[in-house]
Design a protein around this ligand. Structure first.
Ligand SMILES: Cc1cc2nc3c(=O)[nH]c(=O)nc-3n(C[C@H](O)[C@H](O)[C@H](O)COP(=O)(O)OP(=O)(O)OC[C@H]3O[C@@H](n4cnc5c(N)ncnc54)[C@H](O)[C@@H]3O)c2cc1C
Length: 536
């Protein structure tokens, strides 16, 4: 990935303007759009910096210590709605003092040693796509803070025979797939943030890609890790499985930079798929759709990608897909004839060799039909596949039009998924209404398992200019409280960061939190690693 927008997603010139049907829907259901572009970068005041310790310059070279305002600004925030509001409005109240770019594991270790002895906080920075405040430049008790940018750690080593690869943490999703593709293999990890997020970030946050049902979540792909911690090096053996006590690998995966820096991972890869088949279906409603996905998961016929939208998300997706005129009218009458005009869209995707796809697809199709879903064919499935990384570009357009838009996610067992869905949706709606900004709250089910699934919510409302963060916080708190009260997890894949840290006690209990804190104390005795994240 080359240069990206400093205030939003992707290459500076790349936009995704909303079509007439999307604008019409937003005007009718959320409110009139009002242009609200990002301020000019020259108008952003980045807080003054403390000079970085000379030892860091000696370790990585002066050219790898960046102190220009624009470089500090680019590592001052992640990609959540409040992050983007701070950037777009130029209200930057914290930034790293310097950006340090080590070139290998040894340099990372030396930087951490210098920071520990000088009392400098360290925020590991991968792609900066955290949506939970994971890369916030929070100083804790330290006067100085550096952003440790891992983009120079980009090694790739493929073991074609074992179907494993060793990957550097600074590779972005496309970097890694390009290199693996050259050896005829794939990781199959495609989160919506694929274009900018990194291998180290995937491991540090227990990321889940859109095809996780088929390829597995990132934590399931990792076989071993190398961690540079202030207290030393933690390396796990590169074997398929080990019964040698609790897995240290699991302590490192999901540690969000609070224990140290992941400087390498070994992962399972697969032969690149010979073919892909993506389709869409229309389920009668969310409850029936959920039952279909449960049966697919428990019957062993889950597609590699499965995604069920609720009615509101289906409506929004159709309006945003830009299907206009004749094509849209034909589509509507097809659905009316099959009594599915108000249904819930299901995306199914299979990857692999053609014969296996045909066999698996026919099994799944039987379950989908038995559950009352009607086929919409390959066209909308392929359209979803082509647009699967478009979400963040669309979000930038919505922010440009003064809308608040944010997502959050959770997971539960099949038995309690319906209750969780109603509780979170209700909490988001009530919180929006309580602030005088009613809007849309919609959801999809994805990442399905034998025992349950994850729910991914989006809310869209008119923005309260000048009070954007308070408005967002009220909705986020209501949704998080509803998740905890329903017994769901505070995060299925976005991780904890700063935003979810207050909910960790509810998630792991007092002793659980103390255990994790004890691990941090052993690996990072001075407490320099990513203050305020994961453990609060
Ligand atoms: C539009 C959008 C869509 C998204 N879609 C998905 C999705 O489909 N699935 C999903 O799982 N997530 C998704 N996310 C969340 C985010 O992309 C993931 O959390 C991703 O794994 C973070 O990777 P990153 O390289 O950007 O990490 P960063 O944002 O740079 O860092 C995330 C956290 O990990 C730490 N960290 C980063 N690198 C290292 C390292 N090498 N060692 C130790 N700590 C490190 C950071 O300090 C921080 O706490 C999405 C985000 C956005 C903005």
């Amino acid at each position: 990935m080359g240069e990206t927008k400093w205030w939003g997603w992707g290459a500076p010139g790349r936009r995704a303007p909303l079509g007439p049907s999307a604008l019409e829907m937003l005007t009718a259901l959320v409110g009139e759009p009002e242009p609200s572009p990002a301020v000019a970068v020259e108008d952003v005041r980045v807080p003054k910096a403390e000079p970085p310790p000379q030892e860091l310059v000696r370790t990585v070279g002066a050219e790898n210590v960046l102190t220009a305002d624009v470089d500090r600004l680019r590592r001052a925030a992640g990609m959540s709605y409040p992050d983007l509001i701070r950037l777009r409005t130029g209200r930057i109240d914290a930034a790293p003092d310097a950006v340090v770019l080590p070139g290998d594991h040894e340099q990372v270790a030396a930087v951490l040693e210098a920071c520990a002895s000088e009392g400098v906080a360290v925020v590991p920075f991968g792609g900066g796509t955290s949506v939970v405040g994971g890369v916030d430049p929070a100083r804790g008790r330290f006067g100085r803070l550096i952003s440790l940018d891992l983009s120079r750690l980009r090694s790739v080593e493929v073991d074609r025979r074992s179907l494993t690869a060793r990957l550097g943490p600074g590779l972005t999703g496309p970097d890694a797939e390009r290199a693996l593709g050259g050896a005829g293999v794939t990781l199959g990890h495609f989160p919506q943030s694929f274009e900018q997020a990194t291998i180290g970030g995937f491991a540090a946050t227990r990321s889940a890609g859109q095809a996780s049902s088929g390829y597995g979540r990132f934590d399931e792909l990792v076989t071993s890790v190398l961690l540079a911690a202030p207290a030393g090096e933690l390396r796990t053996v590169e074997v398929p499985h080990s019964a040698a006590g609790p897995a240290l690998r699991e302590l490192v995966i999901g540690s969000e930079g609070a224990f140290g820096v992941i400087t390498g991972v070994a992962v399972r890869v697969r032969p690149a798929p010979e073919a892909r088949r993506y389709e869409a279906w229309m389920a009668p409603d969310f409850r029936f759709g959920t039952e279909i996905v449960r049966e697919l998961a428990q019957g062993g016929s889950l597609p590699d990608v499965i995604r069920l939208s609720d009615r509101e998300e289906t409506r929004v997706s159709l309006a945003f897909s830009g299907a206009e005129g004749l094509a849209r009218r034909g589509f509507d009458s097809y659905l009316r004839l099959r009594r599915r005009a108000e249904g819930c869209i299901v995306i199914t995707g299979w990857e692999g060799d053609r014969e296996a796809i045909a066999r698996r697809r026919s099994l799944a199709a039987r379950t989908l039909r038995a559950g009352g879903a009607v086929p919409l064919g390959a066209r909308p499935g392929r359209a979803w596949y082509r647009g699967r990384f478009e979400g963040p570009y669309v979000r930038d357009e919505l922010l440009d039009l003064s809308y608040m838009v944010e997502t959050l996610e959770t997971a539960h067992t099949w038995t309690r998924l319906g209750e969780l869905y109603e509780a979170v949706r209700g909490a988001i709606r009530s919180a929006l209404e309580a602030q005088g900004t009613p809007g849309l709250a919609f959801c999809h089910l994805s990442h399905a398992y034998r025992d349950g699934a994850s729910l991914y919510f989006t809310f869209l409302a008119p923005r309260r200019a000048g009070e954007e963060i308070e408005q967002w916080r009220a909705v986020k708190r209501a949704a998080s409280d509803a998740i905890v009260a329903s017994g769901g997890t505070i995060t299925h894949h976005h991780a904890v960061g700063r935003d979810h840290a207050p909910y960790m006690r509810a998630e792991v209990g007092d002793l659980g939190l103390e255990t994790l804190r004890a691990v941090k104390e052993r690996l990072d005795p001075a407490g320099i690693m990513n203050p305020g994240k994961l453990l609060g």
